[in-house]
Design a protein around this ligand. Structure first.
Ligand code: G6P
Length: 370
């Protein structure tokens, strides 16, 4: 087993380090030499895809957070309304789904029963279903109209990391494909965004190189009882994922919030010493000053603010106890780098508590029962 971990303490640590490759492999072979997007495997009737008037992403756990990122990208690029729903909720509430609905089922394993049931329900209503999946020949892609595979390689640790980044990457590809097919983006625009995507593996690698500070923080904070995570826009699902990782691995109470919601409730939780991670949007985003003012507010109430911010973003410095740097990225693609410090934090903190990082208590890699 030690050899399989490639010198890392855990499969999870190895899988976090493998993320630049997982994203690169998921992009590989999906564009031609002119930079045009080619998704040959997506054998869904193109005429039907032009007719769809709604997209519903269904998934569970970490995959559902990838779906939330998909929603921001798909609506922005394709102008098709897109909802994200936990597969187990979707299945049992009589959702409005018909032949003009595209359902996107995201699952690393392809065997999550809740997601399988959502796929079956959607197809019974006449919806087209595209699976985004990491496991060839598994149930979800077999039961879908088409599959877009993530190429993260086998993921052993129960808590998902590299599969998550690969899922987000595949969601971007699907969004671009639909935008291209439906004429919302010109070939030149698609090529530009693909170029930005191809630059992400190096940025993820660069993020990974700068995380000793996060590891040190995790060790200091091993006896922390509660951690909050704030994010906005695509940083919101990243905050939720950061909280989920900490619950799953370190058994610490953690919650992710949309930063704009702070004043509507969560700010009541802020007291001196409360650790709060804040995922800051790029300074190019109109949301940047709003999140900086959130940091200011929680800092003024004595919280211990740990800020994930782009290189060169100096506005956050006066209000942050710690600033973790990530490379500059286009705003929509930021989750591929901003989630990485949060994964490393949870992994390191669980290790510092002496917990089994790869097999947290009570959890299964793939939940094949309802
Ligand atoms: C389980 C795992 C999670 C995973 C979720 C969905 O709960 O512990 O890490 O995110 O299932 O799994 P899937 O294979 O459908 O992506």
């Amino acid at each position: 087993a030690a050899a399989e971990k490639g010198g890392f303490d855990s499969f999870m640590a190895k899988e976090i380090a493998d993320q630049p490759q997982a994203v690169a492999d998921t992009l590989l072979g999906r564009s031609d030499e002119d930079g045009r997007l080619i998704l040959d495997e997506l054998r869904v009737d193109e005429a039907a895809l032009r007719e769809i008037d709604k997209i519903v992403v269904v998934a569970c756990g970490t995959a559902a957070y990838a779906g939330m990122v998909a929603k921001y990208a798909i609506e922005h690029w394709c102008r098709i309304p897109c909802e994200v729903e936990l597969a187990h909720e979707f299945r049992y509430r009589d959702p409005v789904v018909n032949a003009r609905t595209l359902v996107v089922a995201i699952s690393q394993s392809g065997e999550t029963m809740d997601t399988i049931m959502a796929v079956r329900h959607a197809r019974e209503q006449g919806a087209r279903v595209i699976a985004i999946c990491n496991t060839h020949g598994s149930t979800i892609p077999r039961e879908s109209d088409a599959a877009l595979y993530t190429h993260a390689g086998p993921e052993i640790a129960v808590a998902s990391t590299k599969a998550f980044l690969a899922q987000i990457t595949a969601c971007y590809l699907l969004g671009l494909y639909l935008a291209q097919l439906r004429g919302n983006k010109s070939p030149g625009e698609v090529t530009d965004i693909l170029g930005q995507l191809h630059a992400m593996p190096d940025k993820i690698a660069k993020t990974l190189e700068g995380l000793d500070q996060v590891r040190r923080m995790a060790r200091w904070m091993a006896d922390t009882r509660s951690v909050l995570f704030l994010g906005r826009h695509v940083g919101f699902p990243v905050a939720m994922e950061g909280a989920l990782k900490l619950k799953e691995l370190a058994y610490i109470h953690a919650e992710g919030f949309a930063a704009g919601e702070l004043k509507h409730g969560p700010i009541a939780l802020i007291e001196p010493g409360q650790p709060v991670f804040v995922v800051v949007p790029s300074p190019t985003s109109p949301l940047h000053p709003k999140v900086v003012s959130n940091i200011q507010e929680i800092n003024a109430r004595g919280a211990r603010t740990i800020v994930i911010a782009e290189e060169g973003d100096e506005d956050v410095v006066p209000y942050a106890q710690e600033v973790v740097r990530v490379p500059q990225t286009p705003a929509l693609l930021a989750p591929l780098v901003t989630v990485v410090p949060l994964q490393v934090f949870a992994c390191e903190l669980a290790g510092a508590k002496g917990l089994d990082v790869d097999q947290p208590r009570n959890l299964a890699k793939s939940v094949t029962v309802e």
